[in-house]
Design a protein around this ligand. Sequence first.
Ligand SMILES: NC(=O)c1ccc[n+]([C@@H]2O[C@H](COP(=O)([O-])OP(=O)(O)OC[C@H]3O[C@@H](n4cnc5c(N)ncnc54)[C@H](OP(=O)(O)O)[C@@H]3O)[C@@H](O)[C@H]2O)c1
Length: 256
Amino acid sequence: MRLANTFAVVTGGSDGIGCAIAEAFAREGADLCLVARNPGKLADAAARLAANGTRVVTVAADLGQPDGLERAAAEIGGFGRAVHTLVNNAGTATFVPYLEADRAQYEHSVALNVTAPFFLTQALVPLMPAEGGAVINISSYFAGKMLPGRPSSLYSLTKGALNSLTKAMAYELAPRGIRVNAIAPGTVDTELRRRTIAAMPEDDQRAMAELVKRLYPLGRIGKAGDLGGIAVFLASPEATWTTGAVFAIDGGLTIT
Ligand SMILES: NC(=O)c1ccc[n+]([C@@H]2O[C@H](COP(=O)([O-])OP(=O)(O)OC[C@H]3O[C@@H](n4cnc5c(N)ncnc54)[C@H](OP(=O)(O)O)[C@@H]3O)[C@@H](O)[C@H]2O)c1
């Protein structure tokens, strides 16, 4: 087991991509801390993992709020465990035309997608073992690719910032043996995506389905489980010379 005797913190670990990464880590022997807002969903995810013998703790906190972020860091410290891996996965995707985006939407997007990874990592680095650790930021193809019908200025700016932050943190934390990488998924079929699509007018929903067929060289959007393998690799000793990289895991979307 490639992650035996390690402790991994996964934000947004109760659902979607974060939950699939937590499951992949558990299969490789990691102990887990899941962080999200809804205590019921956290308890369900923890129970599923614990049923297979994984040691799991949870922290219920809103990482988009300064006090939630601080409390989460303090509670994680309170577990008294060295943190080997941090996955900054919790995120929000707001698609509104640039000319209509308001201050509250801007601040919410930046708070959860950029400020939370920035300060949670800063708070947890001192908990990483002397031999080093791994930070994995979950970015998005929207950092660099725009799609018709998907006004992404708010979302793209946050994921572009996260990619830059990944490289800068990798550089600054390398002397501590901490590797920082990002995974930039293509569209993945999760609750977040289903909610976003459901909010679109029906014509746009049909156009989106057609677009997916045309855009993905591998012919489909992703499943959350498609991200588990790369996350395990980045957390594991196999990736000891890998840092500051942004991995496109997107069925070929960004080569078109
Ligand atoms: N799905 C896609 O197509 C796709 C594509 C590229 C990149 N991504 C990125 O992948 C990441 C995960 O997306 P997903 O689609 O898996 O989302 P999801 O299915 O909606 O799950 C989001 C997770 O984050 C938690 N969360 C949401 N807001 C939070 C907050 N303010 N504080 C703490 N936890 C919070 C949720 O739990 P609670 O609601 O209980 O808080 C849940 O566990 C995001 O960073 C997203 O930008 C997604």
